[in-house]
Each structure stands twice: as structure tokens, then as C-alpha cells.
Write a protein that binds this ligand. Structure first.
Ligand code: NAD
Ligand code: WQD
Length: 338
């Protein structure tokens, strides 16, 4: 297939790029690099042994997208392009609505105009808000706890309306839980700008000496050790799921929404321990107050993804930590080290 990856230079997009190329697909990346580095492209070339076709554009740019689709001859689009920082979305909701929601509308219009009718969409477990029970299955009630989460829910709904209006348009909503880890080569990985919002990149930066200690947000949750529990999923497993989702859309001719997680909950302190074992480095931490908006425990019921796609996570927390550490230790300052 010829596949367009919008936001394909980012963390999950670049790992998915490798998986798709290695399965023999022709892949084009479109990205405006607002949260990624152009240096990832040379790394992708090293991993795949093939030159990378990347167009620098903003998905809200109607004309640029029309040009891209005019000679792209794409069979499908994978849409990663979004802003994703929860705290920032509370401070700048309009920026998030514009980038994520307007960007998606422009992209869907360009797909319609070009007759491209297969979409894989990066959704998130954030659409479950504060889940009433775990594990969370796809039919759990949906809700919103911040503007970023609202954009994901609205985008799923817009895509759903489009699918209902045109039965030939097929979409896969992939609800990622907590993506972590890196490609085993150590050449690509997560490289957040500024202070990391998410746990794993923060741990990595403490271990490599860029930050003094991790602040553990809350030690009094009703969980195994009082710290928050999440479903961490290796980005390589996630990448594989995108390729499987594309195959499934083509094979079954039906859209779907699936959770992508391991099905196991891991606490903050369990992840810190696993990382210390994998890296041989101590991870200094202190327990501080809860972070506003955080919930105690979220992990997936991933059974539907297994049933529909034949996909299940294969890599455990030790592999996630080992690969995250390989990336971080080889690139202490991320792509800026190049
Ligand atoms: P990322 O920021 O690394 O990648 C997103 C990419 O999209 C970046 O390269 C960025 O430059 C690009 N982009 C953003 N807005 C754009 C625009 N208007 N035009 C063109 N390019 C644009 O993030 P990621 O972690 O790879 O996440 C990918 C997707 O998965 C996002 O939609 C995110 O909301 C979703 N998601 C991420 C997580 C997570 O924890 N990483 C969890 C659930 C869902
Ligand atoms: C994980 C656990 C924190 C940082 C977020 C988004 C979600 C999705 C994934 C995009 C929690 C604790 C964290 C730190 C800590 N993204 N923590 N110290 O909050 O589950 O999900 O990213 O869709 O929408 O909300 O992930 O990595 O921020 O936190 O103690 O410095 O680690 O309290 O228990 P979260 P996270």
C-alpha cells in the first residue's frame, strides 16, 4: 500500500514508519516539525536502508495537502498529527482545538476530495476520562477531563459521522494507553521538548543525569503501593498494531475502535524499580502531592484488538525500560546530540 503518515516524524509515527516500510509498504511522512526533529529522518534512513520521503507541511494547510494528495496516490492515511500535552491544553485550549480538530477536518476533506477512504487515527485512553472500572473495555462510558482529551473525543466523533455518511470510508480508532520504550537500535525514541510531562521520559532524564530527581505525584492512591497505576505499552508493539489495523481495514472492509494496551497495570514505583534494574542506574525520587486531574488506576482490556486484529502486546516492562534506556543513554540530549 501507499500510506501517508501525518505527524510521522513524531515519537509514535517514526516507529510506525519503520514497521510499515519493513512490511513492504511505500510510506510518505507529512509533518510540520512543531514537536519533532528533522534529524529523525536520517535515523529512519539508517534503520530501514531506504531514503525517506518527507514533506514539511501543516495539516491545516488546505493547499499543501491538496498538492500532496494530487500526486500521492495514497491508499490510506495514518493520522498522528496532534498536540498532546494535557497541562498546556488547559492553558491554551484554542490552540489545541485549532491544531487537532481543525487539522483533522482539513485532512478529512483532503481525503474525501482525493477519494482516499482508509484512515487509522491515533486516539487515546484519555477518552475514558476517570474510568469507573478497570480493566477498561471499548464500551466503557466516554468522558472528558481536559481540553486535549476533548479534542480526541471530538475527533473520534467527527470521524464516526463521516463513516456513517459514507459507508465506503473506513476508519480505525486506536486508543493508546501509555506508550513508552524505543526502537531496539537506540537510534529513535521519545525526545520531549522542555521538562517531560510523562513518567518514562522523566525517569530516563533522571537516570542520565539531566534532572535531579523524579517527583512521584501522590503516594496515597488506593493502589498496590499508593502510587498511580497505568498500562505501559512498548512503542514497538504499538507500531505493529498500526500495520495490523491497516491490514484489517483492507481485509474486513469494516471500521473499528480498539484499545491498545497490555492489559496489566504497573505502578509508578514498580516502573521506577524496573527501570533501575534495566539501566543499572539509581533513579532518585520523592513522593509529592497528587497531580491535578490524575486518576488512581487505568489499564486496558485489550481483548478486542486481539479478536479483530490478531494483535497483542509481546514486550514486557523490562523490555520497555531496557529499550528506553538504550535510546536515552546513547542520546542523552535526544536528537540535539547529532
Ligand atoms: P509527537 O508530538 O511526538 O508526534 C506528533 C507529530 O505531529 C509531531 O511530529 C508534530 O510535529 C506533528 N504535528 C503536530 N501538529 C501538526 C500539524 N498541525 N501539522 C503537521 N504535523 C503536526 O506525539 P506522539 O507521542 O508521537 O503522539 C502521536 C499521536 O498519538 C498524537 O495524536 C497523540 O495525541 C496520540 N497519543 C499519544 C500518546 C502518548 O502518550 N505519546 C498517548 C495516546 C495518544
Ligand atoms: C503516568 C503516571 C502520574 C510524571 C498522559 C495523558 C494521556 C496520554 C498518556 C495522550 C501517573 C505519574 C508522571 C511525573 C509521576 N497521552 N507521574 N511523576 O497521566 O497516565 O497519561 O499520557 O493521549 O492522555 O494524560 O501519563 O506518564 O503523565 O503519568 O509520578 O513526573 O506517572 O501521576 O500516575 P498519564 P503520565
Amino acid at each position: 500500500m501507499r500510506i501517508l503518515l501525518c505527524g510521522g516524524a513524531g515519537y509514535i509515527g517514526c516507529h510506525t514508519y519503520v514497521e510499515l516500510v519493513q512490511r513492504g509498504h511505500q510510506v510518505v511522512i507529512a509533518d510540520n516539525f512543531c514537536n519533532s526533529s528533522r534529524k529523525v529522518l536520517a535515523r529512519l534512513q539508517r534503520i530501514t536502508g531506504q531514503s525517506v520521503d518527507c514533506r514539511e507541511l501543516d495539516v491545516r494547510d488546505r493547499d499543501a495537502l491538496a498538492d500532496l494528495f494530487a500526486d500521492g496516490d495514497f491508499d490510506a492515511v495514518v493520522h498522528f498529527a496532534a498536540l498532546k500535552a494535557v497541562g498546556e491544553s488547559c492553558e491554551q485550549p484554542l490552540r489545541y482545538f485549532d491544531n487537532n480538530i481543525s487539522g483533522t477536518i482539513v485532512l478529512l476533506q483532503a481525503m474525501r476530495d482525493a477519494g482516499v477512504k482508509r484512515l487509522v487515527f491515533s486516539s487515546s485512553a484519555t477518552v475514558y476520562g476517570d474510568p469507573r472500572q478497570v480493566p477498561v473495555s471499548e464500551d466503557a462510558p466516554l468522558s472528558v477531563t481536559n481540553p486535549y482529551g476533548r479534542t480526541k473525543l471530538v475527533m473520534e466523533e467527527l470521524i464516526g459521522d463521516l463513516c456513517r455518511s459514507d459507508p465506503g470510508f473506513l476508519a480505525a480508532n486506536l486508543r493508546y494507553f501509555n506508550p513508552v520504550g524505543a526502537h531496539p537500535s537506540g537510534l529513535i525514541g521519545e525526545d520531549p521538548a522542555g521538562i517531560p510531562n510523562n513518567l518514562m521520559p522523566y525517569i530516563c532524564q533522571v537516570a542520565v543525569g539531566r534532572r535531579e530527581r523524579l517527583q512521584v505525584f501522590g503516594g496515597d492512591y488506593p493502589t498496590v503501593d499508593g502510587t498511580g497505576v497505568r498500562d505501559y505499552i512498548h512503542v514497538m508493539d504499538l507500531a505493529r498494531a498500526h500495520a495490523d489495523a491497516l491490514d484489517c481495514l483492507v481485509r474486513d472492509g469494516q471500521g473499528f475502535t480498539v484499545n491498545l494496551g497490555t492489559g496489566s497495570g504497573v505502578s509508578v514505583l514498580q516502573l521506577v524499580d524496573a527501570f533501575a534494574r534495566a539501566s543499572g542506574r539509581e533513579v532518585a525520587y520523592e513522593i509529592v502531592a497528587r497531580r491535578a486531574g490524575d486518576v488512581a488506576e487505568v489499564y486496558a482490556d485489550p481483548a478486542l484488538a486481539h479478536r479483530l486484529l490478531g494483535w497483542q502486546a509481546q514486550l514486557d516492562v523490562d523490555a520497555m525500560c531496557r529499550d528506553a534506556w538504550r535510546w536515552q543513554s546513547a542520546n542523552p540530549r535526544g536528537y540535539a546530540d547529532d
